[in-house]
Design a protein around this ligand. Structure first.
Ligand code: KG4
Ligand code: ZN
Length: 336
């Protein structure tokens, strides 16, 4: 089975082809960073227009990479939500039209499910069940993944998602969009001792039981610290380090709790913040300490991409799933 995957939920146009026997055979991506950078964040209408512009050339590129023609495809999977409504519609309209034209099934994929399954792209030996930490621009969740399609949410954020907190903290210190990765780079260049000069950053909600998160207070703490500083390069780097350390410690404490609560030995990290070097190193240490295994998708499969959509589509297709009608239905909000 060969499944074309299309991701267009936000500011990346991702296209990939997954072959159930050979694995991933094509992967093409267009990032819209340069389109949105001067606005300091994603402009939804510009995102939609950019997806329209890049979908056809990216599909052609993916087919060329795989040495295939469209009729060799067995299905077209697309992100149906959650995400920006206009951006989702471009991918869904394109995917469904292509599937209809080819007389092949279309598969609506939940963006977060695609993120959760992405670790299996590089680690096919990873079996269900596992615990997943989903850390993206819109979500911070702990999920028990029991089997394909059977997910139990056990921890969630009460306010800002962790990626959102990274982005907002970067922005308030004048760092360019997309701030998360820039802030992380700055943090990695600052020593622990250097960051200790600042008053300690909180580890939100770790002093009480439960698996929920809250990151907006941490972002406000960063803002206060920034406003009381000299607002220079040194202050920026120290705050970046202290903020990242607080986030990583908080995630670590909650992951340890969740692993113990669910008696799970396998942790999968998914979503854009999963690309964070410090988080990856700390979680590796935790799972070593607990005698378990941690799985990360490679960084380009952590952020939005078509590979995870093609892969999730292929797994569902093999289980007999497909869209039951040709109406275009996408969801900006779609609880997991
Ligand atoms: O999963 P993703 O690509 O898109 C969503 O579905 O949200 O995640 C994007 C988020 C952004 O908030 C971005 O700043 C953050 O992931 N991010 C990072 C890093 N790389 C991306 N945050 C911290 N450290 C990174 N290295
Ligand atoms: Zn995402």
């Amino acid at each position: 089975m060969r499944v074309l995957g299309i991701e267009s939920s936000c500011d990346e146009t991702g296209v990939a082809i997954y072959d159930s026997e050979k694995g991933l055979i094509a992967h093409a991506l267009h990032s819209q960073i340069s389109t949105h950078q001067c606005y300091g964040g994603v402009v939804p209408e510009l995102a939609s227009r950019d997806h329209v512009k890049y979908l056809v050339p990216l599909v052609d590129e993916a087919l060329q990479q795989a040495n295939l023609v469209k009729t060799d495809l067995d299905a077209v999977a697309y992100t149906a939500g959650p995400g920006l409504i206009g951006a989702l519609l471009t991918g869904a309209c394109f995917a469904k039209s292509l599937a209809l034209g080819l007389n092949k099934p279309a598969l609506a994929i939940h963006h977060l499910e695609a993120h959760l399954l992405a670790a299996k792209l590089d680690s096919p030996e990873l079996d269900f069940p596992f615990l997943a930490l989903l850390v993206s621009g819109g979500h911070t969740q702990l999920i028990e993944v029991r089997a394909l399609g059977i997910y139990q949410l056990i921890g969630d954020t009460l306010d800002d998602a962790v990626g959102e907190a990274f982005d907002k903290t970067a922005k308030l210190m004048g760092l360019p969009y997309p701030g998360g990765a820039v802030l992380a780079k700055l943090a990695d260049q600052c020593s622990v001792e250097e960051a200790k000069i600042l008053a300690p950053f909180p580890r939100p909600m770790t002093d009480r039981p439960g698996l929920d998160f809250s990151f907006s207070g941490l972002k406000t703490h960063a803002l206060t610290t920034w406003n009381n500083s000299l607002k220079d390069e040194k202050a920026r780097a120290r705050i970046a380090k202290a903020f990242q350390q607080a986030v990583v410690d908080t995630l670590l404490i909650k992951c340890k709790r969740a692993l113990q609560q669910t008696a799970s030995r396998r942790l999968v990290v998914a979503g854009g913040v999963g690309a964070n070097h410090s988080l990856r190193e700390s979680l590796k240490g935790l799972l070593q300490e607990l005698g378990g295994e941690v799985y990360f998708p490679r960084p380009e499969y952590c952020t939005d991409n078509g590979a995870m959509v093609a892969y999730a589509g292929c797994l569902h297709l093999l289980q007999g799933k497909k869209d039951l009608n040709w109406a275009i239905e996408v969801k900006a909000r779609w609880p997991f």
